[in-house]
Structure formats: structure tokens, C-alpha cells
Design a protein around this ligand. Structure first.
Ligand SMILES: Cc1cc2nc3c(=O)[nH]c(=O)nc-3n(C[C@H](O)[C@H](O)[C@H](O)COP(=O)(O)OP(=O)(O)OC[C@H]3O[C@@H](n4cnc5c(N)ncnc54)[C@H](O)[C@@H]3O)c2cc1C
Length: 551
């Protein structure tokens, strides 16, 4: 039965039967403001809400497979259009579904205004059953930990779920930390209000560090000395910004950026005028985090990026795309000091405790009132030093294809701290993306409830927002021998392109700018093993014309 059963329903005439072919979708307008999505698959019609429950993109404009799996054109969230269920992150809520009937040559859909106005539907979850003695402990309340907790309840886990988190707030939409300066109120970026977690009987202990894990005793020890027992443990403590021990690194107004607290400190610095001029904000590191941060701060501060590469983002996006992003930043007033090696930080003449400039080898110092170190993150696993769990060189956890920690029968690791073997490339990798973190958390939850039933099978997908425009990327190309760029990269005003990252004639990854839904479509082609080769792309094959037929 659909979700409309108890509402004030209206039998709405949508289309004439036969007006749509199989595998076709249509946005059906109910009035100027409200619409739903009608989909025809194997001669059956399905009606759902038409907006992605993540950030609201139209699903009628997003790619769909022959099985009715729709992939949001913005951030890659996937839903089953037959049931409304979430298939892949970053969606947290299901789509609404509406009953459809075919009669007298017409297709009718039972709708109500109230439901059309509220297209998100909370997932179907069980609650804690006090009789159940099983306990899952989750270390970390970020994308991955919270995704796992919700999924456990969706999958029917009615035991105890306990989450411990270093931060003093419920799970947040962390990606907003660099996209939106001046987050005064953490509630504005919570993934869910506290009541949501309370309703699912998911227990949080905030503002608390875990300090040890004992796999044999199946316990974790917290900073205040509490010892928690677990039947299953999910390690989801994410990354923590790196520092290099540069001279002067601890001067006032030098920050890293990962938490709401960091955002507030950086905002305070960026928004405070020094005498009559805008403050000088310098980001060390030309990574996505650094590029996003200067874009967010640019209106309020004079911004400079210092990077060690010749072209920002080139190691991931290639030189042409990296240069396009750099020129776009420059057109907004951002300055770059590239191919540069930072050697330390000097204090102001007027205040020896506060940063005044960044020293760069062989170059003039860069004046700075505020500095943000965006030089990568390290897996936050120091509490595992005595645990005996297998850590990789970078201190991440080595996991199998179910994201279970190697050699353990009840401990999983997810998100930024897990090193796994990529199914497509056979190579070991660690991914620091939101959707990956949430998807790994969800996968592990399913494997806890359904005993190792799901192998991790997601194509990496991420996005970055630079001066209000989004660049998307799917796949994984740690190295590539050629980048095929199609579209406009020279003219900043008309910039719109797709880039294919290729190795040995295989397309490993795709990025795009103002070309939706190409990245979502290609993510699905990669998943289905149907991505065209580099030579096919060269000869004019358009991936968007390859249907997403599942076998
Ligand atoms: C500013 C910023 C912007 C980003 N933007 C994007 C983007 O646009 N697109 C994208 O795809 N990805 C983006 N990312 C990456 C994405 O947010 C991360 O990959 C994702 O949050 C990782 O999820 P996680 O659950 O592994 O770790 P986290 O979300 O970092 O969660 C880790 C949790 O563990 C807790 N913790 C850590 N150590 C301990 C300890 N010892 N004891 C107890 N708790 C602990 C932390 O407090 C936190 O609650 C961004 C990241 C940052 C920092």
C-alpha cells in the first residue's frame, strides 16, 4: 500500500493510458506549484514525489535505469521509483509513493495537497526493544556513524544503539562548514533534530572521546573512564586536519577547518575588519577544502591560496579543469601563490601572539590576519594504537569487502578511516567523500543485521561548490594518462564542460561543470560496466545516449 491511505485523497487524472512508453517518466503538474513523478516500467505505472530528499533536485530530470533506480542529477542519491526507498546516499529520507489506477483509458493517481507539499518521508524504522540484549556501539557521530545508526533501525535492528562523539552536537551536514561561513546556530546544519534520534532510541554521548578499544573483551573505553560493551562495533571517527609542525603554527588566528567551532572561529576572523581594510585571509593548501573556503570568505576578506602544486586541484581534476577553476577564482579576486613551499608563520609587529604573515621559501612573505591550514586530513584512529587492529601506513583501518575490519568478527570501519579494495580497479583505496561515508555506514548496518549479505558496491561520487556553482565527480582515478575535456573551459562566463579521466583507454572517472546530469549518468554506466572507452568518447560517443539497462 502507498503512503496516501490516511490522507484527504483526490483521484487525479494524470495522462491517457498509452501516452507514455515503458522506461519513460513524466513530471505531472497538479497546479502551478505542485507536481509528482509518474514512471512507467514494464507496463506498470508508479507515482512518487519528484524531488530528491537530499537537496531537492528534480528526479524527472535525473537518469533512471530499466529497473526504476533513479540517480539524482545533483549529488548522486539513488531511489527505487517502485517503492520510494533510498538505495544510495546522500539521501536520508524516502520518496513518497502514491497509488495509481488505470481505468477508462486514463491513468489516475491518488494524491493529497498535504502530501505533495511534504515530499520527504521518514524511513520505516523499528525501535529499541528492551528485551533485546544485542548492542551496537558506534564511535563517531558523523556522516558514516549516523548513516549506520539510521540504517540499523531501517533494517529491523531492535537492540541497543550507542554513539559516542567528540563533538558536542548531533550529526551535522559537515560539507556546509566550508561552503557557508558564519554558522551561528548549529541547529541550522543538523542532519536531523535531536527528537529524530530520540524517537528511534538511538543513544548519543556527545563531547566525549573514545580512548581505547579492546577487541577481545569487546569493550571500548571513553575519556572519562566509562567502559562500554558491544556485540558489534562500528569505527567511524573520520579524519582530522593535518598539521605539519611549521614554525609559528600555534600563533593566534591560525586554524584548521572541520567542525562548527572551526567555522565560527574562521568566520569571526574573516568578518572582523582590521582598521579600515578587509582582513587578509590566507589558506594554505589548494585542495577542495581550501578552494571552497576562499570562495565562501571572499566577499568579506582579501583571500589568497598558497599551494604546492602548479595548478590547484590538478592531481584530481587534471590541469585543464584545475586551471579553469583557478581562473574563475581569480576573476572574483582570489590571489594564488602556487608551486610554493610554506616554511612557517611570523607574528604581527603589533601583536607577537598573532599571525601576521606566511613565510614561503624563496618568495616574499604573504601578509595574513587569519590563516587556515587545509593540507589534508589524517585518519583519526590514535585510540586504536593498543587495540591490535590492522592499521595501514596512514593509520586507516584495513577492511574487507563488507567493510569488516580484517581479522575481526564483530568490528567494522567506515567512512574516511577505512581502506578497502576497489571492486572496479582492484586497488586499495581510502575515500574522503560524504556519500561514500554514508554509504559505507549503511552497508555495514545491513551486514550486521543480515549477516554479511551486501558487498560494498558503490561508485564514488562527490561534489564541490565554488562561488555558487557545483563541480561534480564520479569514479576514481588516482592516476590517469589522459584527460578528454569537452565543452567550454576558457570563457569564465560561459564555462560548461565534462572531463573524462582515462587510463589505458578506460574511462575511470568523470567530472562536470554545468552539464547535469552527465556525472550521475556516467556513475551508473560505471556501476553497470557500460562506460564507453576513451577512443569511443574521442569518436563522438555521448554517454548520455547509452541507456541504463540493468541485466
Ligand atoms: C569542511 C568540509 C567540507 C566537505 N565538503 C564535501 C563535499 O562538498 N562533498 C563531499 O563529497 N565531501 C565533502 N567533505 C568530506 C566529507 O564531509 C567527509 O568525507 C565525511 O564527513 C566523512 O564522514 P565520517 O563519518 O567518516 O567522518 P566525520 O563526518 O568527520 O565524523 C567523524 C565523527 O567522529 C568523531 N570523532 C573523531 N574522533 C573521535 C574520538 N576519538 N572519539 C569520539 N569521537 C570522535 C567526530 O567528532 C565526528 O562526529 C567535506 C569535509 C569537510 C571537513
Amino acid at each position: 500500500m502507498s503512503d496516501t491511505s490516511k490522507s484527504n485523497l483526490q483521484d487525479f487524472f494524470a495522462i491517457k493510458d498509452g501516452e507514455m512508453q515503458s522506461m519513460e517518466r513524466k513530471e505531472i503538474k497538479v497546479n502551478e506549484n505542485l507536481s509528482f513523478l509518474l514512471t512507467r516500467l514494464d507496463n506498470r505505472y508508479y507515482a512518487t514525489s519528484n524531488t530528491c530528499t537530499h537537496y531537492g533536485a528534480k528526479l524527472s530530470e535525473s537518469p533512471m535505469t530499466s529497473e526504476g533506480r533513479v540517480i539524482c542529477k545533483w549529488h548522486g542519491a539513488c531511489f527505487d521509483l517502485k517503492t520510494g526507498d533510498i538505495e544510495d546516499a546522500p539521501a536520508l529520507d524516502r520518496l513518497r509513493t502514491f497509488d495509481v489506477s488505470v481505468r477508462d483509458g486514463g491513468v489516475y493517481v491518488k494524491i493529497s495537497q498535504e502530501e505533495l507539499e511534504n515530499p520527504r518521508l521518514l524511513p520505516k524504522c523499528v525501535k529499541h526493544n528492551p528485551e533485546s540484549k544485542e548492542t551496537v556501539v558506534i564511535l563517531g557521530g558523523g556522516a558514516s556513524g549516523s548513516g549506520a545508526a539510521q540504517r540499523l533501525r531501517e533494517e529491523g535492528f531492535d537492540g541497543r544503539i550507542r554513539i559516542v562523539s567528540r563533538e558536542n552536537y548531533y550529526p551535522i551536514d559537515r560539507i556546509k562548514i566550508t561552503k557557508q561561513l558564519g554558522i551561528d546556530n548549529v541547529n541550522s546544519i543538523l542532519l536531523r533534530p535531536k527528537e529524530f534520534w530520540d524517537n528511534l532510541d538511538i543513544e548519543f554521548l556527545l563531547n566525549t572521546d573514545v580512548v581505547n578499544v579492546d577487541p577481545k573483551a569487546k569493550t571500548v573505553t571513553l575519556a572519562q573512564g566509562q567502559v562500554w560493551s558491544f556485540d558489534h562495533l562500528i569505527l567511524a571517527t573520520g579524519g582530522w586536519p593535518r598539521k605539519f609542525g611549521w614554525e609559528g603554527e600555534n600563533l593566534k588566528n591560525i586554524f584548521t577547518i572541520r567542525t562548527v567551532d572551526d567555522n565560527q572561529k574562521v568566520s569571526k576572523g574573516a568578518f572582523t575588519k582590521t582598521t579600515q581594510r578587509k582582513p587578509n585571509l590566507v589558506v594554505v593548501g589548494s585542495s577542495f577544502i581550501g578552494m571552497e573556503l576562499v570562495a565562501a570568505a571572499n566577499e568579506k576578506a582579501n583571500t589568497t591560496v598558497i599551494g604546492q602544486d602548479r595548478v590547484p586541484l590538478a592531481n584530481v581534476l587534471g590541469p585543464v579543469v584545475g586551471d579553469a577553476m583557478k581562473r574563475r577564482h581569480e576573476s572574483k579576486g582570489v590571489k594564488f601563490v602556487l608551486d610554493a613551499k610554506v616554511t612557517g608563520f611570523k607574528h604581527k609587529d603589533s601583536d607577537t601572539s598573532a599571525v601576521g604573515s606566511v613565510a614561503v621559501e624563496g618568495r616574499d612573505s604573504v601578509p595574513a590576519d587569519i590563516v587556515i591550514l587545509a593540507v589534508g586530513v589524517a585518519p583519526q584512529t590514535s585510540y586504536l594504537e593498543k587495540s591490535g587492529l590492522p592499521l595501514a601506513k596512514d593509520k586507516s583501518l584495513l577492511v574487507d569487502r563488507y567493510f569488516k575490519v580484517q581479522g575481526s568478527d564483530s568490528i567494522y570501519a567506515t567512512g574516511d578511516i577505512a581502506t578497502f579494495t576497489n571492486r572496479l580497479t582492484g586497488k586499495q583505496m581510502r575515500i574522503e567523500h560524504w556519500a561514500h561515508a554514508e554509504n559505507t555506514g549503511r552497508t555495514v548496518a545491513t551486514n550486521i543485521v543480515k549477516k554479511k549479505s551486501v558487498e560494498f558496491n558503490f561508485v564514488p561520487f562527490f561534489w564541490t561548490v565554488l562561488f555558487g556553482a557545483t563541480l561534480r565527480y564520479c569514479g576514481f582515478a588516482k592516476s590517469f594518462d589522459r584527460v578528454i575535456v569537452q565543452g567550454e573551459t576558457s570563457d569564465i562566463e560561459k564555462m560548461s564542460f565534462v572531463a573524462y579521466y582515462t587510463k589505458n583507454n578506460n574511462v575511470l572517472a568523470i567530472s562536470s561543470y554545468m552539464k547535469d546530469p552527465i556525472v550521475s549518468h556516467c556513475a551508473e554506466l560505471l556501476r553497470l560496466g557500460k562506460m564507453p572507452t576513451a577512443s569511443e568518447i574521442d569518436s563522438g560517443v555521448n554517454p548520455l545516449e547509452i541507456p541504463l539497462i540493468e541485466i
